[in-house]
Design a protein around this ligand. Structure first.
Ligand code: RNT
Ligand code: ZN
Length: 417
């Protein structure tokens, strides 16, 4: 892209936004402070490095595009490639099954901080802070119930796993001088009609109480509910009501995964509701198509609305911005770049909204003016500001990243058997 074209377009955009009282320069510096937590599991369809077993736990990656990362080295390379095409600095969100187990089988109730030492070092070397997730799926003891299992042996196994994961997260947080955000999602549920719902939920609550009993200063817990998983369609122990209540009562971060709601329900509308009762939010920005399909995030209306609601609530620093999709049908590095840039564009557009003016109209009952301005904002030259953001961060502008990814595919990923 010719830089002078971006400069000229930016100058015009700057003036147009200034007319609404928006300073694009300060928005650009806010964007620099907006860090995504990139999910490591897009690189290999949620396989991890523990075993070559199937993906279970009600989630499914579809597609068989060649070139997925097969080991830590490849995964790290792919993440760095993706990061080189995304403006700004970003975190990496790891799952327990992505540990460095040195070729040995380390069971989930045996995992230790030492298995993440290479990741912690890598994070330091590459200016990438880490977030973390316990992993209850893809394991012989996963079954339909983990932390809510009436079998005490199985339940204790997963409690031990999750406690250990919190300690690993704490080590990460300590090493990076910034809390590691640890997400807890378990797939627990029933495929068919079942009757022990109260029991399962009571068990899950008790397991969580036990897991969270240890106070750790360098990590923060977040908990994620959902509607249903594949093979567990009839009942989900960790429903939204369950976790919203738990988070509100225990001052935990609530995770909003945008794929986890009923199709006509708005995840964006949760923001202003729950932020009155929970300290912070973690996002899993995804794109459901008909179900929790985890398609690549794009700049669609629900994602736009989500970021707008965060900005309008003045909650920028109370939210952690994780991504959570896994499309195995297209170039996986391309998937990272499209989804990350789309999330940034949504945030940028949200920051460029003349909030004071629109809100003033609304309070005065000038509802036509509100609607008119919101419509006008859609076609304002926000894209010129995004292009400038790319230039300032020395990453490709516009579709220039396509050629870079094609080149990486030719020289690197296509060579993987
Ligand atoms: C599953 C949840 C969960 C997972 C990741 C891999 O429905 O969204 O967050 O996608 O932990
Ligand atoms: Zn999720």
């Amino acid at each position: 892209m010719k830089e002078h074209l971006v400069n000229e377009a930016y100058k015009i955009a700057q003036e147009r936004y200034a007319a609404y009282g928006i300073d694009t320069e300060s928005v650009l510096s806010q964007m620099q402070d907006f860090h995504l937590s990139m999910h490591c599991w897009q690189a290999d369809d949620v396989a991890g490095f523990e075993s070559a077993g199937d993906l279970t736990g009600g989630i499914q990656a579809t597609g068989n595009y060649p070139g997925k990362a097969r080991n830590i080295d490849e995964l790290q390379k792919d993440i760095l490639k993706a990061k080189s095409l995304i403006p700004g600095t970003h975190r990496l969100n790891l799952h327990e099954i992505y540990g460095d187990f040195g070729g040995k089988f380390v069971d989930r109730d045996q995992v230790e901080p030492k298995h993440f030492k290479t990741w912690i070092d890598w994070g330091k070397e590459n200016n990438t802070k880490l977030d973390f997730n316990s992993t209850s799926f893809s394991h012989p003891k996963s079954g339909n119930l983990s932390l809510a299992n009436p079998d005490k042996g199985i339940r204790d196994f997963w409690i031990e796993h999750t406690k250990r994961c919190r300690i690993i997260a704490d080590e990460m947080g300590k090493a990076q001088g910034d809390p590691c955000i640890m997400n807890l999602w378990v797939h627990d549920g029933c495929k068919d009609v079942s009757v022990n719902h109260y029991t399962y939920r009571k068990l899950l609550k008790e397991s969580l109480d036990e897991i969270f009993a240890q106070k750790l200063d360098n990590m923060k817990d977040c908990i994620e509910g959902k509607v249903f998983g594949i093979g567990l369609e009839s009942f989900t122990v960790g429903s939204h009501d369950f976790y919203t209540a738990y988070a509100a009562k225990n001052n935990k971060i609530l995770t909003i995964d945008t794929g986890h709601y009923h199709p006509t329900e708005s995840p964006a509308d949760k923001v202003s509701a729950v932020l009155n009762f929970v300290p912070e939010l973690m996002l899993h920005v995804s794109r459901p198509v008909r179900w929790d399909s985890d398609h690549v995030t794009i700049m669609d209306d629900p994602t736009m609305e989500l970021f707008s609601e965060i900005v309008r609530a003045g909650a920028l620093n109370r939210v952690h911005y994780g991504l959570d999709y896994f499309d195995g049908a297209i170039n996986r590095i391309g998937a990272y770049v499209i989804g990350s840039r789309a999330a940034q564009k949504c945030m940028l557009r949200a920051l460029l909204e003349p909030q004071q003016l629109i809100s003033k109209y609304e309070i005065e009952g000038k509802n036509f003016q509100v609607l008119a301005l919101l419509e006008e904002m859609k076609a304002m030259p926000w894209n010129a500001v995004y292009d400038m953001f790319c230039i300032q961060n020395n990453v490709p502008v516009g579709d220039e990243f396509i050629a870079e990814i094609e080149n990486y595919e030719t020289t690197v990923t296509s060579k993987r058997a």
